[in-house]
Design a protein around this ligand. Structure first.
Ligand SMILES: Cc1cc2nc3c(=O)[nH]c(=O)nc-3n(C[C@H](O)[C@H](O)[C@H](O)COP(=O)(O)O)c2cc1C
Length: 312
């Protein structure tokens, strides 16, 4: 059996994950509902729906559109607020066996820093991932998004770094095409412990009969699914070559070979989003098949293959 474990340096200590497979933000609902299908402690890490300070209202827009090329998603801010999530759900999760990481979003910098401090102050929470589609509720094209100005970006990351204290801090790229090496380098410079090199991309789909957008209030949503794997691998590989930071890769994972490709491109952890929509027990099955596939390929540990693919 291959050693699937992953150890990520966080300050002067290491955070240990039993395997590299974890849900992507909002890829596994509030997590607790999946406990009916399998033991959640089998996952390398736990990550629920993206979280804000207060509970959000349920969006009336169509939230999900599935097509042959993948999914367009627009869940809106209908998740639980951070303390409600911790008190009602996190306490029932196996957070002592699988590190619980919260993906956070807020409408302004002050709110984001406060939210990071609140989340990091909970003993159940091992780390936070900052959703860079912030300030949240502005369109990805809005010029006031933090990542559009590297001065704002530095201020934002330094603020959440201080608020997160000694907990794991991950910065996740926005849902748009960005200079990923620059953003990863700034994340590292400002004290992030990890970087999520790919999420969804902003996209839309149109119904030719009704002449309406198929998903989301504004017509757009996050495009994710198998078709994104080449872009996701490219993004991971670029960050791996440019910046010395543990990468949380994501995008288009539907089987064990996809996971191995992400790791060979430089990933430490691999997030799974839309494949969970195909069957609720997708991730434990993926972990089993990853184990088998590594054996077949004669690979004994993930450290042996991480980032092994290099251009000639
Ligand atoms: C239903 C659904 C909702 C999502 N909502 C969010 C979100 O609120 N915030 C976020 O950062 N990413 C969100 N994502 C993107 C995932 O976190 C992840 O980056 C992406 O799904 C990975 O690609 P994959 O689906 O191809 O595995 C969502 C994905 C899905 C499937």
């Amino acid at each position: 059996m291959a050693d699937l474990s992953v150890r990520i340096p966080v300050g002067k200590r290491e955070l240990c994950f039993k395997n590299p497979i974890m849900p992507a933000a909002a890829g596994l609902g509030d997590l607790i509902e999946y406990g009916k299908y399998y033991d959640l402690s089998r996952l390398g890490a736990l990550m629920p729906n993206s979280i804000m300070m207060e509970s959000g209202s349920v969006s009336r827009a169509r939230k999900l559109y599935g097509a042959e090329y993948g999914y367009i998603t627009s869940l809106g801010s209908n998740s639980l607020g951070v303390m409600e999530f911790v008190k009602k759900i996190a306490v029932h999760l196996p957070w002592q066996e699988s590190p619980l990481i919260l993906n956070l979003k807020a409408e302004d910098l002050e709110g984001l820093v406060k939210l990071a401090g609140t989340a990091a102050g909970c003993r159940e929470v091992a780390g936070i991932e900052i959703n860079m589609n912030c300030p949240y509720s502005m369109a990805a094209t809005d010029p006031r998004q933090y990542w559009r100005d590297y001065g704002w970006l530095r201020e934002m990351i330094r603020g959440v770094r201080e608020a997160a204290g000694e907990k794991l801090l991950i910065i996740k790229v926005p849902t748009t095409m960005v200079d990923v090496e620059d953003i990863a380098a700034i994340a590292r410079e400002c004290g992030a412990d990890g970087f999520t090199s790919f999420g969804a991309l902003t996209g839309c789909a149109i119904d030719v009969h009704s002449r309406e957008f198929r998903c989301g209030n504004s017509g757009s949503g996050g495009y994710c699914g198998p078709g994104l794997k080449p872009l996701a691998l490219w993004s991971c590989s670029r960050v791996h070559k440019a910046v010395d930071i543990p990468i949380f890769s994501a995008g288009g994972v539907t089987n064990a070979d996809d996971v191995i490709e992400h790791i060979m491109a430089g990933a430490w952890m691999v997030q799974v989003g839309s494949a969970n929509l195909t069957r609720p027990d997708f991730m434990p099955r993926l972990i089993e098949s990853l184990d088998r596939r590594l054996d077949e390929l004669g690979i004994r540990s993930l450290d042996e293959i991480r980032g092994c693919v290099k251009p000639h």
